[in-house]
Design a protein around this ligand. Structure first.
Ligand code: ATP
Length: 525
């Protein structure tokens, strides 16, 4: 991260706390690592994003139905989905100071910085024609943990394997990684010792127990993704509705992952919300619907007001694809701390339904109503993280104006959040020009009138502020991204009109109070 990017991120974190968007979790007790609470404006922003998503992908379409499944599910679900066996990170402990690390992360950072190794990697690059692509992919698949490494490091590991015939000596992923950490004499990041335990897989699912006894029979998991209840309820949906292919199920809710390397503010947290869709199709149609979802997800980013140049699509390479996926793309956002996954889109074949059919013994086939053909539908899965959406929206809208916004400004810096109107937490703010009883009364009447007109428009938050100079009140609203401010002044008492100021252009317009509701409805249409 460059200095200015670090600076930008620090400003965003400080602003989030100052203006009540995101607070550090359990702060008065010294906090809890990587936990965050959403303050009044953050909670509203999150809700606006969730509701817009639900409106756009569920309410506004004929082919998608909503679902609200539980966080706790029968543990067999996670056996069938592969999470019990495969949802792991490779960990290693320092035997001296007991610090725990992701072994692939330490090896990766060491290999990338090692000059000699870099030269070797370069040599491989230059003679890349010699690299047998199939052989290389096979190797990486054999070392499934190595799939977490960057291409540069994967190439190097492949090179090692061929040069030194390491595979026959270290057939197990963790043994191979332990071997690497030892031959490169990689020290502990915390204490500098080189005394490592054996690497081992760490499951990312949080465990808990049902009932008073903490024994294996009562063990359950907090779901690591919302997707599975949509597969588990597939039969209930077929039996209780009249859907036919293609159709989707959509769900929003909490997911939990015991991430070893959380961080970057709310980017990677232990407890987060997902918005996921499982779109069931005929197997032969997968390419058509994959494209449809790629377009729908791109339009969603436009709808959030995220600039086109801030995000890109990254195709997963063969070695990176999950075992069940035939094609996956990531929508990546250019965060100040790097370009990282915002959302994912995966073609999951019939992997999930087929496994649940096998594990549950229930028939999860779909019967074509016309041809009577019976088969397991395939699935396209668009998945969206709520916290990452909030963070991307904030990063995209956050602007620091040096020297202040107006010509008369005496501020060194002013912050303006250029949120899209649809998701701005506060839609309009009402100010009496000064704190005089007549103006306060008129201001309160405008507020009550608008609240009444907009009472059926969910999330239409109207703020009222009479404290401080008018310039200061504009700045306060700019800082939280309120698109319009309405000022009631002495003229209002005569002409029954108010001044409306636009956040982005800072232009002011006189609008009759009687027409203000319609004027705003037009803007929020
Ligand atoms: P990553 O590679 O960043 O760990 P992932 O590929 O494991 O993400 P998925 O399993 O595809 O993520 O989860 C779907 C979405 O859920 C992600 O695109 C992201 O928006 C969100 N998400 C996943 N893990 C976290 C987390 N720990 N904190 C916040 N959001 C998350």
């Amino acid at each position: 991260m460059s200095k200015s990017d670090t600076n930008q991120m620090q400003k965003i974190v400080a602003w989030s706390k100052r203006r009540g968007f995101v607070f550090p979790g359990s702060e008065i007790y010294g906090g809890l690592a990587n936990s965050w609470d959403f303050g009044p404006l953050g909670a509203q922003l999150k809700r606006n994003i969730r509701d817009l998503w639900w409106q756009n992908f569920v309410v506004g379409r004929d082919d998608i139905l909503g679902l609200d499944g539980g966080i706790l599910m029968n543990p067999r679900v996670w056996e069938a989905s592969g999470h019990l066996a495969g949802f792991t990170d490779p960990l290693i402990d320092c035997k001296k100071c007991n610090a725990r690390f992701r072994i692939d992360h330490i090896i990766e950072s060491k290999l990338k910085n090692h000059e000699k190794i870099k030269q070797d990697i370069k040599k491989i690059g230059e003679s890349s024609n010699d690299i047998d692509e199939v052989e290389s992919v096979k190797f990486i698949k054999e070392y499934k943990i190595a799939a977490n490494f960057s291409t540069e490091v994967k190439d190097f590991l492949w090179y090692c394997r061929r040069q030194f015939d390491l595979y026959s000596k270290h057939p197990d992923d963790n043994k191979f990684n332990t071997f690497l950490i030892n031959i490169f004499s990689i020290p502990c990041n915390e204490c500098g010792a080189q005394k490592w335990s054996e690497a081992r897989d760490f499951n990312l699912m949080f465990k808990t127990f049902i009932g008073p006894v903490d024994d294996q029979d009562n063990k359950v998991y907090l779901r690591p993704e919302t997707a599975q209840s949509m597969f588990v309820n597939f039969k209930n949906i077929l039996d209780s509705t009249r859907v036919s292919l293609p159709f989707g199920l959509a769900q929003q809710g909490k997911a939990f992952r015991n991430e070893i390397t959380p961080g970057n503010f709310i980017f990677r947290v232990l407890e987060f919300e997902q918005m996921e869709i499982e779109y069931f199709i005929q197997p032969t149609d997968w390419e058509k619907y994959f494209k449809m979802w790629e377009e729908a997800m791109s339009s969603w980013l436009d709808m959030l007001g995220i600039k086109r140049e801030s995000w890109s699509i990254r195709e997963h390479g063969a070695s990176e694809l999950s075992h069940y996926s035939k094609r996956t793309i990531d929508f990546e956002y250019n965060f100040p701390f790097g370009t990282k996954e915002l959302y994912g889109l995966a073609y999951r074949t019939d992997f999930d339904l087929r496994n649940h059919e096998q594990f549950s013994g229930q028939n999860l086939h779909y019967q074509n109503p016309v041809s009577a053909e019976s088969f397991i539908p395939h699935v396209i899965e668009p998945t969206f993280g709520v916290e990452r959406s909030v963070l991307a929206v904030i990063c995209d809208a956050f602007e620091v104006v040096t020297g202040g916004r107006g010509e008369a400004s005496r501020q060194e810096e002013e912050v303006v959040l250029r949120f899209d109107r649809k998701i701005a937490p506060v839609k309009v703010a009402i100010f009496p020009l000064i704190k005089k009883e007549l103006l306060i009364k008129a201001g309160r009447e405008v507020l009550a009138g608008l609240r009444n007109q907009f009472k059926f428009m969910a999330n239409f938050v109207i703020a009222y502020d009479e404290a401080g100079s008018i310039g200061r009140r504009y700045r306060r609203q700019d800082e939280i991204g309120t698109p319009y401010c309405v000022t009631v002044d002495f003229e209002t008492l005569d002409d029954q009109a108010v001044t409306v100021r636009d956040r982005d252009t800072m232009k002011q317009e006189r609008v009759k109070i009687a027409e203000l509701g319609e004027w705003l409805k037009e803007k929020y249409r």
